[in-house]
Design a protein around this ligand. Structure first.
Ligand SMILES: [Zn+2]
Length: 531
């Protein structure tokens, strides 16, 4: 998602808001036996009444027979009817944002079930999108409806029934069939199958065949123009680039796609081909800052560029687009491991700086990142953590910095190919999900070093490495790593000469006319005590 900004949250008393919803956490036993295969979300959106009405169809397979089917759906919406494989079933939607369907007969194991939920109403309003999600009923500069949906923190249950847990994505993809007043456009994931017009409405059918996180099964509505370009991927595939931009900003779109193309080229270099090459590279202009919606990235940074390496750079565009690899292709199994999505994506932002502006500029940006780490909560707080508990600033910066440390410890010839493997090997991508242990094992195996202690220290504690430098005699200094049990390679600057030495609890003696400077380029989060 979204760059973390430590803004004071003002809780407005908006009765329609669906704040306090959390996604993921402990997987419910009734849902642990479900494998979601496909979602179809078919809704008519009324911008005037601010309502949605229609149905969602969920196709799934059970690994055990069950008398009930349990889905998540925000209580503020009204369910009218539930059909399972075409047959009406009884349901209860009275409590805890859960929809319980009780079968006339037990639902059989291994049978493909299609559950159609007919529902509608007034969806929850996003109080502070994208951080607090829901529907955003906005207007563009010309007064046209401009509607966005965000739900990373809340889960898609905020507007359609689903199994709201990051560990299960619909393996066969999703269809979105969204009807809006004629004249407005709908931007969605995957490919546009067709647009059917009536006198007063247009129905837009988007379809992705890729597996997709439920919070990326969203749409945006606006008075859009689709500005296109063709991208040639690192593997030579031609991929359509599509930008659903407000008509009033259409003149900015061609240059913006050039900026995006450069970002994509850098990210492909480090992380492999753009993940949704068979469909499209998509962005859509939104009234909120942005979100990593798969193959239709939400963009709301208002074309604000800075310069990196002399070229226009849009930090929001690059960050959200990086999530096509880190979040959408490589997905954390539960939110407890969200640093993999945010931290490695943020590291990718720094690699863009490295590529365009050079190693020195990259080092500077990592030094700035080091200064910004909070170390109040560990990055990994355990397993089955929900979206709210997992989310804090250090999953971005400290997560990115940990990748920087790992790069230094392993060296580029091991680090970069291994990082690319994490983004390309089928064990970690698409239908697979990852945890911190998966990442640790991958890097440990690739390097032949057991990195468990380093991973645990950085990710599961708030400690910083502590080094002491003690003058033992004239021009002799003993350098010791005091609170970590293994030796780590450390850069030392002694009388202006750089060297790399292994430092452990035993310590090393260096000779110099002046006090040595430890880790001058800042590859570690650390305290240095001079004695
Ligand atoms: Zn992000």
């Amino acid at each position: 998602m979204k760059k973390y900004l430590p803004i004071l949250i003002v809780f407005l008393s908006v009765s329609l808001s669906a704040q306090n919803l959390r996604s993921g956490g402990k997987l419910k036993p009734e849902q642990a036996i479900m494998d979601i295969r496909h979602y179809t979300v078919a809704l008519t959106v009324d911008p005037e009444k601010q309502t949605i009405n229609g149905y969602t169809e969920i196709t799934l397979v059970l690994s055990e027979a069950s008398p009930i089917l349990l889905f998540d759906l925000w209580h503020g919406l009204t369910v009218e009817q539930v059909l399972v494989n075409g047959k009406k079933e009884t349901f209860n939607h009275a409590q805890n944002d859960l929809l319980t369907i009780t079968g006339a007969k037990v639902f059989a194991v291994a049978k493909r079930l299609t559950v159609k939920v007919v529902y509608g109403g007034t969806p929850g309003v996003a109080v502070r999108p994208p951080w607090t999600g829901g529907f955003q009923w906005s207007k563009d500069g010309q007064g046209n409806p401009w509607i966005a949906v965000t739900c990373q923190s809340e889960g898609a249950k905020i507007y359609f029934p689903c199994k709201d847990h990051p560990s299960d994505e619909p393996n066969e993809g999703a269809d979105m069939i969204i009807t809006v007043p004629r004249g407005l456009s709908v931007a969605g994931p995957g490919l546009l199958k067709d647009v059917k017009n009536s006198k007063t409405t247009s129905t837009w059918h988007w379809k992705t065949n890729y597996t997709v996180s439920n919070y990326c099964i969203v749409f945006n509505v606006g008075k859009y123009t689709n500005v296109t370009r063709t991208y040639t991927s690192v593997l030579g595939n031609k991929i359509p680039m599509e930008f659903y931009v407000l008509e009033e900003h259409a003149d900015k779109a061609p240059h913006h796609l050039e900026v995006l193309e450069r970002t994509c080229q850098v990210l492909e270099k480090y992380f492999g081909e753009y993940p949704w090459a068979k469909e499209k590279i998509g962005i859509v202009e939104t009234p909120h800052l942005g979100m990593e919606h798969q193959s239709m990235n939400a963009y709301g940074n208002q074309f604000k560029y800075t310069k990196v390496g002399g070229e226009d750079f849009d930090w929001l565009l690059t960050h959200e687009f990086g999530h096509e690899w880190w979040a959408n292709k490589v997905t954390n199994k539960d939110w407890g491991h969200m640093w993999i999505q945010e931290g490695i994506c943020s590291f990718g932002d720094r690699l863009y700086v490295r590529e365009l502006a050079g190693e020195e500029a990259y080092l500077k940006s990592m030094q700035q990142t080091a200064r910004g780490t909070q170390n109040v909560k560990p990055i990994v707080q355990g397993e089955e953590v929900d979206s709210d508990d997992a989310y804090h600033g250090d999953i971005y910066g400290k997560g990115a910095f940990f990748m920087h440390t790992l790069r230094f410890v392993l060296g580029d010839s091991i680090f970069f190919p291994t990082l690319k493997k994490l983004a390309t090997d089928k064990r970690y991508t698409y239908d697979s999900f990852v945890t911190t242990d998966d990442v640790e094992e991958l890097f440990s195996t690739a390097s032949g070093k057991n990195l468990e202690a380093l991973f645990d220290f950085y990710l599961r504690t708030t400690n910083k490495l502590e080094f002491t430098i003690k003058q033992t005699e004239d021009e002799k200094y003993k350098i010791t790593l005091t609170n970590f049990d293994e030796a780590l390679p450390v850069q030392l600057s002694v009388d202006g000469v750089l060297s790399k030495q292994l430092i452990s609890k035993e310590g090393v003696i260096v000779t110099g006319k002046t006090w040595p400077i430890l880790d001058p380029n800042v590859y570690y989060l650390k305290k240095v005590v001079l004695e």
